[in-house]
Ligand binder design. Sequence first.
Ligand SMILES: Nc1nc2c(ncn2[C@@H]2O[C@H](COP(=O)(O)OP(=O)(O)OP(=O)(O)O)[C@@H](O)[C@H]2O)c(=O)[nH]1
Ligand SMILES: [Mg+2]
Length: 307
Amino acid sequence: MPQEPAPPAGAFVPPPGFRSGYAAICGYPNVGKSTLLNALLNQRLAIATPKPQTTRRRTLGILTTQAAQMIFVDTPGILDPRYGLQESMMVQVRQTMREADLLVYVTDVRRPRLAPGVAAAAQEKGVLVALNKADLLRRPEECLPAIEQLRQGVPQAEFFAISALRGRGLEPLLAAITAHLPPGPPYYPPEQVTEHPERFFVGELIREAVFAQFWEEVPYGTEVAIDEFRERGGAGQKDWIAATVFVENESQKGILIGKQGAAIKRLGEAARVAIEEFLLRPVFLELHVRVLPNWRRDPRALRRLGY
Ligand SMILES: Nc1nc2c(ncn2[C@@H]2O[C@H](COP(=O)(O)OP(=O)(O)OP(=O)(O)O)[C@@H](O)[C@H]2O)c(=O)[nH]1
Ligand SMILES: [Mg+2]
């Protein structure tokens, strides 16, 4: 009998019983979805900040083990949309929930709440409820009332008390995710961690710095576009990144730039350090601030920004 050709050296041969598929990480704003994505991947990929509505776009993270390839999709926090940007965010959430093989529904263990659509999804696919921020409980048993309460809405679900921030309770969650994925070969090479280009994460890191340094409406009125990303490769030659920070009006522009440019300088510094940590190479970062009037509500501006 002819033998199967041997796979190329180093190629990943999934063992029998291998599973692969998409796990949507969803839940209300600020419950720790992006922190959980990073904890599961053991890598800082998605931006996470103390302010709600940090995540605006689906963010993919891939984890390949001996048993499975888990493709996690971090999503924006679920809310009642009040303007175009939020509508686009919720379209992404609904689409991700619909298309995923299973849901990892994240809720704050101290304020357990089930979002609309989760109970319906549980009729069709696995729902794993991650009761996050368990490190903030005085005693572990304090998560039991939360489980009892949520079980009324999703009796089929499995429950996990975790701390995404401290990386606690993730092993049982990973085992359950693996068990719920359909059998099949991997979608991506095993070493691949995401499918977004570097420039996506660079834009996100600039936004994260904005969320860290500015208050009230400013982070929410800010969006970032990467204009140029030139890799220069040669020794001592830094990559050159030019980005535009869009704001909604002149007043936000004034705040972002600050007295004699002090604020934008501080922002550029912080973002550059974070980008260098992410890319593992030195970069030169140039930021421009531009007013894109009312972009969160203007359909044309939103399209231009990719929403
Ligand atoms: N104490 C504690 N804080 C956590 C934990 N997980 C996340 N946080 C904090 O909660 C805040 C929100 O975290 P994110 O990961 O940005 O939350 P998110 O659900 O992605 O938020 P949105 O993208 O805005 O919907 C951050 O300040 C995190 O450090 C946890 O397990 N314990
Ligand atoms: Mg997030």
